[in-house]
Design a protein around this ligand. Sequence first.
Ligand code: ZLM
Ligand code: CA
Ligand code: ZN
Length: 364
Amino acid sequence: NTRLASHNKTRVAYFHDEGVGNYHYGERHPMKPHRLTLTNHLVLQYGLHEKMEIFQPRRATDDEILNFHSSDYYEKLFQQFNVGDDCPIFDGIYDFCQRYAGATIEASRKLIANGADICINWSGGLHHAKKSEASGFCYVNDIVLGTLELLRYFPRVLYVDIDIHHGDGVQEAFYSTDRVMTVSFHKYNGDFFPGTGHIDEVGSSLGKYYSVNVPLRDGIDDDAYVWLFKEVIDAVIGTFQPSAIVLQCGADSLGCDRLGCFNLSIRAHGRCVQIIKNFNIPLLVVGGGGYTVRNVARCWTYETSVLVDTELDENLPPNEYRDFFKPDYKLHPHLKGRVENQNDRNYLLKVRERVMEQLRYLDA
Ligand code: ZLM
Ligand code: CA
Ligand code: ZN
């Protein structure tokens, strides 16, 4: 990789907005922006800021948001009452969206300027928002905005999504282009939100075969997930040869998530991040889902350490939010849930074969 040739240490830029953790979706709503404050505290307490360049991002401008979203939707969204229980209109929603989207856009520009090899924005990753529709806790699709930015410079962008939900908004935005390949791993049974992500959704017109869907059943465990992830990603990168990668790290695929039903440990989730990092391709890392707040903070802190090549002490450093991490105060608690693994070996082999078959059309 020529961009890495002039230096041998990976340069990581971390975008954190001090205010982004202070918004509230409302009483009992599962999405808690406070998890971002908690994550940032752990990152700082572990001293990881010494291994990265830290940026206080600026807010996205209206023009930048209108780069993807329709003006009708964007103007009306914030005057409306609720878009439903999933997407309530809360105090400061407009600022909240500008902050998380601004960070993803700034991170994309930093990669374009070759000012970093890896950019991190844990407040981003809101993959369900559509051009003219809020959906699944997402109002503005920062991933689409960041990817559009990357496409101004990079010929091909790979999008990888390990949130337990299907990355439908990103898939839809790039469904008919061959310049973005989208790959989502998710729970799929036709019923689980958002209901899309069937293995047969492969893209259309120029984008045919450039949407990859990896539908999974309940309770998938570390070995199965990491095995399938590596098989798929090795083949995808070998075939597509992306010039930049966007990785959505939704932490609702962890065991014991309040909304999820997979059985991943933080180590396995982080292993996927490591696998992507090892390709040494300009990388934008964003957050996403994650509803058991203490584990989201642990997970994204661990993944920050993976990205800066630093090992962390298993004992969490003392910090003002220590009570969140009781009773163990460890970085890697046991997250094995009660969910039985419904993905047998035959099923996993079948899914792998179907994806390989799809990718063969691109080689031809
Ligand atoms: N009802 N309150 C993932 C987005 C998942 C759609 C079923 C709303 C909830 C959920 C909201 C307090 C990402 C659906 C759900 C109740 C129609 C979903 C508010 C509990 C509550 O107690 C709740 C009044 C709420 C929402 C549960 N919603 C669980 N699952 C999904 C959206 C977003 O992780 O992928 C990326 C950030 N929605 O299943 C319903 C069909 C609305
Ligand atoms: Ca996903
Ligand atoms: Zn999710």
